[in-house]
Design a protein around this ligand. Structure first.
Ligand code: HEC
Ligand code: HEC
Ligand code: HEC
Ligand code: HEC
Ligand code: HEC
Ligand code: HEC
Ligand code: HEC
Length: 393
């Protein structure tokens, strides 16, 4: 698989584009997915697919229902993914910062708390544009950006909140020079595709049948945001007799754990961006693409389509807070990189002399700051880092 992996990058993108062109819709197979259908299979969703898209007539039960039988619920809701989108009334950052301001050339920005709302405004001294914030995106580690509605159009705020500076600065990707007009200063007008994309990566059921349905969304990524609507599953699990007749393998819910490693990369990559998605993003050259982990890991010699020890979920449990201690990841590396004398039945590889010191990721997964992000990302292109090297693309 290793050799094929190296040679077939181009084939992979050609294949993915092909899949995209014929609009194969993975939702069909996923909505009726069962253990037997997805077991060990790779998964190549269409480019615009997100697990949060609601199929027609899908019923979402909410995390509380899953909590009746599954313990994952205790930790998942408070993770950054669980809170990737927040209603303004509940937004911790907006509540804790009732008055924020930022100056850019002649323009003065402000975000002011008024009861359960926060009002975003920009003025040039004579005229003012303002709107209540619709939703806050992100928890501020790399930023919190606001989506606004003005004259029937959606806008991405030109300034964002950053935890590191406890204040506002330009939104990542927004131009740094002062705007040419008040409307331009207000924010970036989002087209319909952009809006759907934005909400379907940060919320659950915001899009159904390619239509935005903000009235039906649940903020953040809920259990059903990744696993799909749970109605059939819960009905089945509650009716014991039916469970017995259908056999224990039939769960009527998607378990991405049955995908192979590349399938999992595609699954997480539907939001975190896959290798193929990044190829199509002209603005994603250079260090800015360090935030696209599925793309970066694809470049590493450690990456193998079939080996579960390098799957996203080998290192991250999506139901819990991400582990931040470097030592936590040592065992993950050592699962493959063992000294010959401890080699077991599974395939293992050489390790380094320096490796005796532990904290493997501190040397082999360096952190990079994206300019303007006020945050460092961890490079998933696991490799030998030579001093002074150029960022590998
Ligand atoms: C009435 C109890 C019950 C409720 C409510 C329930 N589940 Fe389950 N679920 C089970 C049981 C039992 C299993 C099988 C054992 C296991 O994996 O924990 C299961 C298994 C699963 C699996 C693994 C399926 C597989 O193929 O391996 C997923 C994913 C899942 N549940 C998600 C959910 C989600 C999401 C919700 C909320 C919408 C939910 N469950 C609500 C009882 C329940
Ligand atoms: C529906 C879109 C979506 C999917 C699918 C998804 N993620 Fe995320 N993930 C996000 C968003 C959005 C954030 C940023 C949340 C924030 O900080 O507000 C995020 C953040 C994270 C973080 C960072 C947490 C932190 O502490 O900073 C990790 C780790 C992560 N995701 C892992 C995964 C893994 C592993 C998978 C696949 C099993 C996955 N994600 C699938 C959207 C998604
Ligand atoms: C293809 C999926 C996708 C789309 C589209 C998308 N995001 Fe994200 N967003 C993510 C993921 C994954 C992360 C976490 C990794 C990172 O920080 O880059 C994230 C992170 C963020 C963060 C930083 C969160 C934090 O806690 O630091 C903000 C703010 C944000 N997104 C806002 C937006 C807004 C606003 C839009 C729409 C204009 C948008 N995103 C569109 C997937 C997406
Ligand atoms: C960001 C995506 C994501 C979210 C959100 C999510 N899950 Fe999962 N879930 C996964 C993945 C990926 C797996 C497979 C893990 C593996 O086997 O490596 C999984 C596996 C499971 C399983 C099978 C047992 C196991 O641990 O392997 C259950 C049950 C489950 N999830 C329940 C839930 C519940 C309940 C929630 C909400 C509290 C939830 N999940 C939220 C991605 C997610
Ligand atoms: C071999 C272990 C390993 C694997 C496999 C892995 N990660 Fe990570 N990941 C890490 C480490 C280490 C960090 C940094 C943790 C910290 O902040 O201390 C990290 C951080 C992240 C973050 C936070 C933002 C950042 O870049 O620092 C996201 C999101 C993430 N990983 C997503 C993924 C996804 C999606 C996959 C699958 C394509 C994946 N990871 C596979 C080890 C791994
Ligand atoms: C799935 C098994 C697997 C896992 C998990 C894994 N690696 Fe690797 N790694 C490999 C393979 C295979 C190679 C290539 C070996 C070769 O070419 O001889 C490799 C190569 C490397 C190299 C040399 C890369 C180069 O550019 O020459 C380094 C450094 C490395 N791994 C470090 C790590 C670290 C650190 C971790 C944990 C964060 C890790 N690996 C996790 C399988 C793995
Ligand atoms: C202090 C920094 C540092 C730490 C910590 C570290 N390494 Fe390395 N590693 C290096 C350097 C430098 C090289 C290249 C020179 C060499 O081979 O010794 C290297 C080389 C490697 C190689 C390639 C070896 C070969 O013969 O091709 C692998 C695999 C590797 N490291 C794995 C690991 C693992 C696994 C850990 C954790 C147990 C680890 N490293 C911890 C710095 C480090």
């Amino acid at each position: 698989m290793k050799v094929i992996h190296r040679v077939t990058k181009c084939t992979v993108i050609a294949l993915m584009l092909g899949v995209f062109v014929v609009l194969w819709h993975p939702l069909k197979s996923l909505s009726q997915s069962s253990q037997s259908q997805s077991a060990g299979k790779s998964f190549a969703p269409a480019m615009e697919w997100r697990p949060t898209h609601a199929p027609a007539n899908a019923k979402y039960l909410g995390n509380q229902v899953c909590a009746e039988c599954h313990t994952q619920t205790e930790t998942q809701h408070s993770t950054p993914m669980g809170k990737a989108l927040e209603a303004v009334a509940e937004s911790g950052i907006l509540k804790a910062n009732p008055k924020l301001s930022f100056k850019s050339g002649n323009y003065l920005y402000s975000i002011t708390r008024q009861g359960n709302q926060s009002v975003y405004a920009v003025t040039d001294g004579t005229e003012t544009l303002s709107a209540p914030i619709l939703y806050s995106f992100g928890q501020g580690k790399a930023g919190q950006t606001y989506v606004l509605e003005l004259r029937g159009k959606y806008y991405e705020s030109r300034v964002s909140f950053y935890n590191e500076i406890t204040g506002l600065d330009y939104t990542l990707g927004a131009p740094r020079e002062p705007a040419k007009s008040l409307l331009e200063a207000f924010g970036r007008a989002m087209d319909s595709l952009d809006t759907k994309d934005c909400f379907s990566c940060h919320a659950t059921a915001a899009v159904s049948e390619r239509q935005l349905q903000l009235d039906k969304l649940t903020p953040g990524i809920t259990c059903e945001g990744c696993h799909g609507g749970g109605e059939n599953h819960v009905a089945l699990m509650k009716s014991k007799s039916e469970r017995t007749t259908r056999g224990s393998g039939e769960m009527a819910i998607l378990n991405p754990g049955h995908f192979d490693t590349e399938g999992m990369t595609q699954f997480c990559g539907s939001c975190h961006r896959t290798w193929a998605q990044v190829q199509l993003m002209k603005e994603a050259r250079g260090v800015v693409n360090v935030r696209f982990q599925p793309y970066r890991i694809f470049g590493s010699k450690c990456y193998d389509f079939d080996d579960k020890r390098i799957s996203c979920t080998a290192c991250h449990n999506p139901h819990e807070e991400m582990k931040q201690e470097a030592t936590f990841y040592d065992a993950k590396c050592i699962a493959c990189h063992r000294k010959p004398e401890v080699a077991v039945t599974t395939k293992t590889y050489a390790t380094c002399k320096a490796g005796k010191t532990r904290k493997c990721v501190s040397c082999h997964m360096p952190e990079y700051e994206i300019p303007g992000a006020h945050h460092k990302f961890t490079d998933h292109w696991i490799r030998i880092v030579t001093p002074g090297e150029a960022y590998p693309n």
